[in-house]
Ligand binder design. Structure first.
Ligand SMILES: C[S@@+](CC[C@H](N)C(=O)[O-])C[C@H]1O[C@@H](n2cnc3c(N)ncnc32)[C@H](O)[C@@H]1O
Length: 223
């Protein structure tokens, strides 16, 4: 059996296994402040769609609401505690999901597979965000959309507070980083054109601000 690391909460051989965080995540009354933004992610979904880091399946009811008849929904989640919850939520929501045990940094799909890739508060937690973004670009069809909602690092005294709290926070919140500059990372990729990136002044310190947006997979790299 794998030995657990005291500092990362992960096994030395790399497993992601956070039973307490998964149980607590169920208790957060997210619909109060995330409903509109989850609706943004789930708007007009059709074709082949992938959700990365699906967690407990909180997106599923929103996906069902707006789903077209030809929707084929795929999802990945590396934490078994989250995956079992997501499977249950899929059954309760009546959503047919092909849910795989995988990480965003190494997606088990061919190039140019998906029309849309969704990510809700995942890039704060993935271990290698640049590799994950490259994988999202690889599996998206040219012209496909990457839609995201993420909490990010802020500035000024709040940023200093996030930096200070981060070591404790990542232990308690399944590896989540409070102070990642995710927007810069998203805006800088050659594979994507930015359709929209919007900063949202909501959330409760230290989990604020949020950004949401849509990147479009370019058909050709920029010259
Ligand atoms: C804060 S939760 C968000 C869950 C869900 N997306 C939502 O909208 O509520 C972050 C999720 O990312 C997952 N995760 C952690 N590392 C990951 C990785 N390398 N690739 C994909 N997902 C990962 C965690 O297990 C957790 O379920």
């Amino acid at each position: 059996m794998a030995e657990e690391s005291e500092t990362t909460g992960r096994d030395h051989d790399g497993e992601i296994d956070h039973p307490v965080f998964a149980a607590l995540y169920d208790l957060i009354p997210q619909s109060l402040f995330l409903r509109t933004h989850r609706e943004y992610l789930a708007r007009d979904l059709s074709g082949r769609v992938l959700e990365i880091g699906v967690g407990n399946g909180a997106m599923f009811p929103y996906v069902v609401e707006g789903a077209s008849d030809d929707l084929e929904y795929h999802a990945i989640e590396p934490d078994p505690n989250m995956r079992s919850r997501a499977n249950r939520r899929a059954r309760e929501s009546g959503l047919s999901v092909d849910l795989q045990d995988a990480r965003a940094e190494s997606l088990p799909y061919r190039d140019d597979t998906f029309d849309v890739v969704l990510s809700g508060m995942v890039f704060c937690t993935v271990q290698d965000p640049d590799a994950a973004l490259a994988e999202v670009a690889r599996v998206l069809k040219p012209g496909g959309e990457f839609r995201f909602l993420e909490h990010v690092g802020t500035d000024g005294w709040r940023r200093s507070g996030q930096d200070l709290l981060n070591p404790v926070w990542e232990q308690a919140a399944g590896g989540c980083q409070l102070n990642r500059d995710t927007v810069d990372r998203f805006a800088d990729r050659d594979e994507f054109a930015v359709a929209e990136i919007r900063r949202l002044e909501f959330g409760i310190f230290p989990v604020t601000p949020f950004v949401r947006g849509t990147l479009c997979r370019r058909r050709e790299p920029p010259v």
